[in-house]
Design a protein. Structure first.
Lengths: 116, 409
């Protein structure tokens, strides 16, 4: 089995979905997660706060500098993620497809180089 | 027990066996790079031994056995290879014949390899390069030359693709029957792209030959997929016309002006036979319909006696299966023969915006305008066509036509 990261590619521009729409998406996501758990592939999932809530730590000589948020304006950011444990890319793409159908945003599927 | 060894014999054996050996070794070793190295080792051994000992009766089996032994030697020397050594020792010895699963399709290792090389998670140029390298046994510099990219670029493309197969775990298997309809077109697109690249330029006919070889292999491995047969038929019927496509001075000859006695009769027979087999299946697809269009052209003695109504009907079918403005343009060309140039021109003008950058749109317009006696506009359309192509053959044909348009009224 291998671990894959499914990231939700979220556009920085544009209107977020209305409340009704958001409720539908959250329902879809809950259903998808239970399907993943039932299939024994689910490891972790979660939705992230907006990028402007981030703090960056960067080593500088012997010190560590703390900065408030990423300053680069990105066209898209990781809005949420799921980690699954499946046999191969075809299986990962199957769950990636289900995710993009559930959320309506693009999903990036990326293999882990190593995982515990 | 042995045949006389010449470099031609060796080249033929390498061409025929390379893809099969790498495909089998990839299954046994679970790694493409390892498989390629092992096959390369085995070829080196073969080149040093065969001249003295003669070619073994089953050169492919010999190469696979030798390559597997060499790979095991390599892995034993290499501490990180222990896992793979265990796997290689555990796997069934590679069969000389494709293994036939009970009640299932024959799963030749090359079919696994094709589906891995043509996986939708790989970009089309990467799929093409990998397929030619791993199944066709073409060297990276040859592939680079064929696609007119620097060798370093092509090498990087192949390394990146192989790395993704390994890192992302693209599976090495034939998709389940339920997934085949989604996956087969991706494979056929790769083979057809190799063919059209080879067909577009006379100096790259080795690519067309390689595409046909891959097409024959696919037809052998998936004889029940009508589109696989359709693609092979399309390539054979197109290739059959190659001898007539070039004039003595090297310039290109269009279908209407070709000496049809110069078509390759064997390829025509084989292609037509495949088209008939497709028709009996009654499951048409884009490649089958394009093959059928070529079959209609091929069975006509000349342009005048071509069954243009049939060609229009087949284009209608093709438009329904795979709508595209270029198909609509080709349909208009056929329609000019059944309903006249004025009706065809109306359709071409409707396509003009979408196909403005395509030189053939303007070339077709020029032809229709000339047939309607509108010579001034025809000349302008030829100029528009000339402004949109750098291909020397295209330009020669267009320039010659402009010389005859508008001169006599």
């Amino acid at each position: 089995m291998a671990h894959y990261l499914l990231s939700v590619v979220t556009p920085s521009e544009g209107e977020p979905p209305a409340e009704d729409e958001m409720n539908v998406i959250m329902g879809n996501v809950a259903k998808l997660q239970s399907d993943m758990q039932e299939a024994g592939v689910w490891v972790f999932s979660g939705g992230l706060e907006a990028p402007d809530t981030a703090t960056v730590l960067r080593r500088s000589g012997d010190d560590v500098l703390v900065t408030d948020g990423p300053f680069v304006e990105l066209k898209e950011y990781v809005g949420g993620l799921t980690i699954i444990d499946v046999p191969d890319l075809d299986a990962a793409l199957h769950w990636g497809r289900r995710s993009t159908e559930a959320i309506g945003l693009a999903i990036e599927v990326r293999p882990f180089h190593w995982a515990p | 027990m042995s045949e006389p060894l010449s470099s031609v014999t060796i080249t033929r054996i390498v061409t025929e066996e390379y893809g099969r050996c790498v495909a089998t070794l990839t299954r046994v070793l679970g790694d493409i790079d390892l498989a390629e190295d092992a096959v390369q080792d085995a070829l080196t051994v073969a080149l040093s031994r065969w001249p003295a000992d003669g070619v073994p009766p089953n050169p492919g089996g010999w190469l696979v056995t030798t390559a597997r032994r060499r790979a095991l030697d390599r892995l034993r020397r290499d501490a990180v290879g222990r896992d793979k050594e265990a796997r290689a020792a555990r796997e069934e010895p590679p069969p000389d014949e494709p293994d036939q699963e009970e009640g299932g399709p024959v799963h030749d290792d090359r079919l696994r390899m094709i589906f891995t090389c043509c996986h939708p998670a790989l970009a089309l140029p990467a799929r093409v390069a990998l397929t030619l390298r791993l199944l066709g046994g073409l060297e990276t510099p040859e592939i680079a030359r064929a696609f007119l990219v620097p060798e370093a670029t092509m090498a990087q493309r192949i390394v990146r693709a192989k790395n993704k197969i390994r890192a992302a775990r693209i599976p090495y298997r034939v998709p389940h029957d339920a997934d085949l309809p989604d996956r087969v077109p991706g494979v056929l697109a790769v083979v057809y792209l190799v063919f059209t690249e080879g067909h577009a330029t006379a100096t790259r006919d080795d690519l067309a030959a390689e595409a046909i070889r891959l097409g024959r292999l696919l037809a052998e491995l998936m004889p029940d997929e009508p589109e696989v047969l359709g693609l092979l038929a399309l390539m054979l019927l197109t290739e059959a016309r190659r001898p007539a496509r070039t004039a003595a001075d090297g310039s290109r000859v269009l279908l209407a002006d070709q000496d049809r006695t110069r078509w390759d009769a064997d390829l025509v027979t084989e292609g037509l036979d495949l088209v008939r087999r497709c028709l009996r299946r009654g499951a048409p697809g884009p490649y089958q319909v394009q093959a059928a269009i070529n079959a209609v052209h091929t069975t006509a003695a000349d342009t005048a006696s071509t069954d243009w109504a049939q060609i229009v009907a087949l284009h209608d079918q093709l438009l329904a299966l795979a709508p595209s403005p270029t198909v609509a343009l080709n349909r208009a060309v056929a329609l000019a023969e059944t309903q006249g140039p004025a009706r065809a021109l109306t359709i071409v003008d409707e396509l003009a915006e979408r196909l403005d950058r395509y030189h053939l749109l303007h070339a077709v317009r020029a032809d229709l305008l000339a047939r309607l006696g509108r010579d001034g506009e025809a000349s302008a359309a030829l100029d528009a066509a000339l402004a949109r192509t750098d291909d020397p053959d295209d330009r020669a044909l267009l320039t010659a036509r402009r010389g005859t348009t508008g001169g006599g009224g």
